[in-house]
Design a protein around this ligand. Sequence first.
Ligand code: FAD
Ligand code: EPU
Length: 343
Amino acid sequence: MGGYTLIENAPLANRNTLRVAARAKLLAEFRDASRLPELLDFPAIRNSRLLVLGEGSNVLFTGDFDGTVLVMATRGVQVESDGDSARIAVAAGERWDDFVRWTLGQGYAGLENLILIPGTVGAAPIQNIGAYGCEVAEFIESVEAWDTREHCVVTLDHAACAFAYRDSLFKHEPGRYIVTAVRFVLPRSRPLRTDYAGINEQLARMGVDKPAPFHVAEAVVHLRMSKLPDPAVIGNAGSFFKNPIVDAALAEQLKRDHPGLAVWPQADGRCKVSAAWLIEAAGFKGMREGDAGISQRHALVLVNHGKASGPELWALAQRVIAGVQEKFGVRLEPEPLVIGASA
Ligand code: FAD
Ligand code: EPU
């Protein structure tokens, strides 16, 4: 069914994977993006704050949202051209992992390392999702969006999106663009990326010596399930902090003082360092304050053991930031969008 559904004073606890209780003054769930302009022109919405929500797997609500939450529930995958590579336009509301599995089933390569990342296709460009040595930006030709400032549909090409590690134009102009579709270019074949720690070892355990994309996907699924807590079991938003990128001199000094720290050199000469290692070494892994905690399985994951509130989770996150800053002189930044009064 097309159109949209409006809900006043909408509960959000089941719409964020940290399972934090919060409410939105108004929630509009869309199944037809062409109705967006009409809805945004409603007097009650025109002057209200807007928040676009996918599956809520990268947000922390620290209070109620006194505005309109737009949930993209649009569907559709269109192969626009096919040959050695395909151009594929995907509606924002499609589930990312379903899309990845569909591409593998159709014989397209490229997205195998990005399997099992929660969330929607429309959210994928926002932080340029990445895992196991790949980032989605590499496969994005353009992003279609509603520009709330200029009141028109825009197509932003790859360069305009300004993709970087866990970053894009969309994070620098928050609230301006409502992504309605993403256009990917996927090849039929390309060299596989198996050098990220653990993939080759897992392929060997699987007895695979000539891997195809679906073998790499299976290896990544295994690694992800063994490392990361499942939000269906315990509330979490994946990595709560970005891996900090520091200048080469600081990275050198950290590495000298702490030989166990994972350091990944970047193209610009700076170095990405492992936030999980820093958090674990600062003593936070597995700690718990009430129902707010740091996962015992992975130090980068903030978890909700049950009824933790947004402010409680945010207070723990700030303790972690302060602890790592004091011990290592490195400032951690949250990865999820932190929403609400105290953020
Ligand atoms: P939401 O959490 O709903 O929103 C995230 C941000 O995108 C918000 O700023 C929101 O306003 C904005 N947004 C969402 N949809 C739109 C739209 N249509 N238009 C404009 N803005 C929009 N991320 C990785 O990069 N790599 C990983 O390996 C990874 N692993 C994870 C594992 C777990 C267990 C979990 C819970 C999360 C993980 N994440 C990972 C984070 C998360 O999956 C991604 O950030 C994902 O893209 C979020 O999708 P979503 O639909 O849930 O977006
Ligand atoms: N490590 C620790 N302690 C831990 C966990 C990990 O010291 O508790 C160390 C490991 O020993 C390893 C290093 O940290 O040397 C890296 O660990 P991992 O491979 O798990 O990757 P990560 O840097 O912690 C990043 C992404 C993940 C992505 C994985 C796999 C960020 C912020 N996180 O995590 O993305 O899935 O790599 O590529 O870049 C997310 O963004 O939500 C997310 C889960």
